[in-house]
Design a protein around this ligand. Structure first.
Ligand code: GTR
Length: 436
């Protein structure tokens, strides 16, 4: 008999193995405190109520759903339901990037207060459907290209991307993220780039975010312990943009990679973990809440004289950015070892699809070493699918791209998205995305 522990259980019998699938009941604060402490990453192939997964069928029908539910209810909040999407073409320039590309600005209506402004840049040199990078940006699309016509975002923007104005986009920032995004080179390599501004979905400031999250989740008053957080809302928007991309004839919707840097990198991983239509994920320097482990190694988690750990912890991130996560996640600030999964679970939800984890040596805050451990630990689920995750044996080498199904790249330098990163990402995509 499989054990039965105070939850609704139903039995799945598969190839002679007994598995118990659990629908988690309501979770109270006392339940969080009663969760077992585990300094190791919790096992991916063992269900919470016992029962081990031995094959892809067991993974898909039981453990994957269980992990998804845990990830939503303990960390990012409930994923909103899909909504009908409509893309309205605002403008098309058939001679963009010096004649190399077609650039479209599209208002994608997804049931938010305003449509999300999506920029689609298509290579002209390729005939037939092209693979695409779908990236979420910090600045508004107008900062990513040198093009006087691309519209400015209408709502709140981060001060560091405004070049002088406060809280509103300004002409001075036009083209300022061009190097970071390298769109011209990507198009030259035969890929489309599709991008949208995170603030078009949910503005990244707690006081502005909460009312938007409430509208999206359909509640009034305070967000509940598992009400949708901002990262989940942004990831949901990735899927709505994908709904639109499925209608774009030039794009091969079966070959779309999610991309984002830092908080947007956390989102790029979550988007692919939640939606199997994405063929690949490239989370850049995503750290805590992304590929960074919840269980930060003791030497990195230790608070220095400056009052900070070396790598970002659950305690720090949930205090600085409460609107990013489900409120319940902050209950783990003092004891992250009680979270019933770690971020290897999020990578495993992407299996067997390729995930390239990108880092920078000096960005210790994002915990590159921990991210490598997370990737190694996700390998067991890739093995179920008969594919190797990270290659066995070697340790990360600065400047070297590991182009396995689970890929890793760490470059010299600090916290930024750069042309060097894109060069590695394109090489990786050439291996996993371009070839059918
Ligand atoms: C930092 C935060 C990180 C990362 C980063 C960013 O302040 O601690 O988790 O998300 O911001 O997005 O630039």
């Amino acid at each position: 008999m499989c054990p039965m522990v105070g939850m609704q259980l139903f039995r799945i019998v598969m190839g002679g193995i007994c598995l118990w699938a659990s629908a988690l009941g309501s979770i109270g604060a006392q339940d969080v405190a009663a969760l077992p402490l585990s300094t190791e990453f919790p096992e991916l192939l063992r269900g919470r109520e016992g029962g081990t997964v031995h094959d892809v069928a067991g993974w898909k029908s039981f453990r994957k759903a269980e992990i998804r539910e845990l990830v939503e209810r303990y960390m990012y909040g409930i994923r909103p339901a899909a909504r009908p999407v409509r893309g309205v073409l605002i403008r098309e320039d058939a001679g963009a990037l010096g004649g190399k590309a077609i650039l479209r600005e599209v208002a994608v209506e997804m049931g938010l207060e305003r449509p999300v402004h999506v920029m689609v840049v298509l290579p002209k040199s390729v005939s037939g459907k092209v693979p695409a990078f779908l990236g979420i940006n910090f600045s508004g699309n107008y900062a990513l290209v040198d093009d006087p016509k691309v519209a400015l975002p209408e709502g709140w923007v981060y001060d560091r991307y405004t070049k002088g104005t406060t809280g509103r986009a300004s002409e001075e920032a036009r083209g300022s993220q061009r190097e970071a995004w390298s769109i011209e080179r990507t198009v030259e390599r035969g890929y489309a780039v599709v991008t949208f501004y995170n603030g078009d979905v949910v503005p990244d400031r707690a006081d502005l975010a909460e009312p938007v999250l409430a509208r999206l989740g359909g509640w009034t008053g305070e967000r509940s312990m598992e009400g949708t957080g901002t990262l989940m809302a942004w990831a949901w928007a990735f899927s709505r943009v994908m709904d639109y991309l499925e209608t774009v004839p030039e794009i091969d919707a079966a070959r779309v990679a999610t991309v984002g840097h830092s908080r947007n990198g956390k989102t790029a991983l979550l988007a692919a973990a939640m939606d199997e239509r994405f063929a690949m994920a490239i989370p850049s320097q995503s750290g805590q809440g992304g590929v960074g482990p919840i269980r930060v190694a003791a030497d990195l988690a230790k608070i220095s004289e400056k009052g900070r750990p070396k790598a970002e912890t659950v305690a720090v991130i949930t205090k600085s950015f409460p609107h990013w996560f489900a409120k319940r996640f902050s209950s783990f600030a003092a004891e992250p070892e009680r979270v019933p999964f770690d971020q290897h679970a999020l990578v495993a939800l992407c299996a067997p699809r390729p995930v390239l984890v990108s880092n920078a040596v000096e960005d210790v805050w994002a915990n590159p070493a921990g991210q490598w451990e997370v990737l190694k630990a996700a390998g067991g689920v890739y093995a179920l699918f008969g594919v190797e995750g990270l290659p066995k044996g070697p340790e990360p080498e600065v400047g070297k791209l590991f182009a396995g199904r689970l890929g890793y790249f760490v470059r010299p330098g600090g916290h930024a998205m750069t042309g060097v990163d894109w060069a590695a990402w394109l090489d990786y995509a050439d291996v996993h995305l371009k070839r059918p």
